[in-house]
Ligand binder design. Sequence first.
Ligand SMILES: Cc1cc2nc3c(=O)[nH]c(=O)nc-3n(C[C@H](O)[C@H](O)[C@H](O)COP(=O)(O)OP(=O)(O)OC[C@H]3O[C@@H](n4cnc5c(N)ncnc54)[C@H](O)[C@@H]3O)c2cc1C
Length: 559
Amino acid sequence: MDYQFDYLVIGSGIAGLTFALKAAQNGSVAIVTKKSKVETSTNYAQGGIASVMSVDDSFQLHIQDTLNAGDGLCHPDVVELVVKTGPDRIRELVDLGVPFNTGTSGSAPFDLGREGGHSRNRILHAQDMTGQAVERVLISTAEANPAIQIFEDHLVMDLLIQHQSIKAGSVSLYQQDICRGAYVLDTITREVHTFTAHVVLLCTGGAGKVYLYTSNPDVATGDGLAIAYRAGAKLANLEFVQFHPTCLYHPHAKNFLISEAVRGEGGRLIDRRGRAFMQDYHPLKDLAYRDVVARAIDTEMKKTGDDCVFLDISHRDPEFLVGRFPNIYQKCLSLGIDITKDPIPVVPAAHYMCGGILTDLSGQSSLENLFALGECACTGLHGANRLASNSLLEAMVFAHNAATACAERIEGWRRRDLPEIPKRLSSSGRVDDPQSSEMVLITHNWDIIRRLMWNYVGIVRTDKRLALAKNHIAQIRMEIREHMPNIPLHGDLVELQNLALVAELIIRCAIQRKESRGLHFNLDHPHKDDVNWLKDTIVARNPGEDAVSTVPIKQVDTV
Ligand SMILES: Cc1cc2nc3c(=O)[nH]c(=O)nc-3n(C[C@H](O)[C@H](O)[C@H](O)COP(=O)(O)OP(=O)(O)OC[C@H]3O[C@@H](n4cnc5c(N)ncnc54)[C@H](O)[C@@H]3O)c2cc1C
């Protein structure tokens, strides 16, 4: 089936929904999302959203904290923009009905939490389920809007790119690629649909599933990064993967995060013998930046041979803990851990991708009519490390800016014809069921990639491990290319191809950066090199590169 909308939004997290609600004021919007609409990282965010909302705080302090975390690579204009316009975006959420906890002191209307790297209490939260509260309100508002149509179980495979020759009279001035839509697999009916639109917004979230241990939900397979790369957009800073220091360590806990707010409320990291160790690593102790804490835990675990450390907050009043962290309390209790009495077993896990699709201040990527918002974007806010709770804020600020930029251009775009659509597949547009006997090729390679990335491209890296990882991943990608096309098209195969490509791109960026900065720590280059590396690491598809496109994009010439 062919669909046509003004705006095609890919992803139903905070970035996609915020943009959709604003864009719906001047056009029709399709939101396509590959699983159920609430299955997003946004829905699992616990801690909250950072913003200057108290008289004890200032824009300058939030800016400085963000710059300090970013370790020299933040773009100061972006940091200033996000921090200063943040409170307006928060007020919009409040107006929509997000139930942030309100304050008890006179200095702030909200109850503001504290997290690592923040010099003030500035985290707005809805208990410890902030993301769920935001997601629910945004989804219900979008569903009530007749200009917005949500397509669940629709997985975007690749973008539809139009190759255009820009002419003045009969003289050809330059060639340009323009994004005009996407090929989308309905994972229930197995039909492939074509969505055309004046502008496409990639809001596909993170890539935590590239690693064996992650706090991210299953949808975080880096699809947006792979899709943008194949289409020719520039990506940046993929070596900066944030590992959250404290994921619950329990055989029956899948991807459950123990929020940084627990340390903000006085939680202390201890080893199996009960010794607090963070004072050995940083003057801020348990509230040091995430990379410092994650490396400290990694070092302690390697030193002791223990398979986890512990986070102890049992000294706080039990009533306070149950009220402040109801979700964490209940989850731990269901696994036999009473956080009011017992220390919580924790390990670090891949949590947030600081790099992504390179954008300008309005979220526009390097490819015409393609925007990237939220975690899949690299706006310049986070630099080499993200300050806790700045990501939900960034997604909202850039969604707003993108909607404003698109509103100014939509009339012009409407005057342009949408292209003839090259058919993605044979006439039926339908794909067959995979041979179950061949599914093992997908699951096996999926597992190998995640282990490889965890062991060789994890919290602490070396030149040798990176070189080995590069070879392994090249081998895996070759195997996928040579053997997998025999397997009929399937959502898991699309994700595997994306995962493998994103792994390769992370390795490429990590190999390029011959220094240690922020989240990238390489034992063979343990110091910062401001002379050569005070810059972003940019990757783009080489001309003629054999991209593993799941969809061969046919080029259309228009004049
Ligand atoms: C456990 C956890 C706790 C967190 N806590 C906080 C916090 O307290 N504060 C904070 O600021 N940040 C936090 N973060 C980070 C933050 O939640 C994310 O960065 C943010 O929600 C990303 O929003 P997004 O809209 O960019 O992507 P997401 O919310 O992840 O949404 C991505 C969407 O894209 C869809 N999608 C992906 N690929 C495709 C495809 N090929 N086709 C169709 N759809 C696709 C997905 O299905 C999903 O709907 C946390 C993250 C996690 C995992």
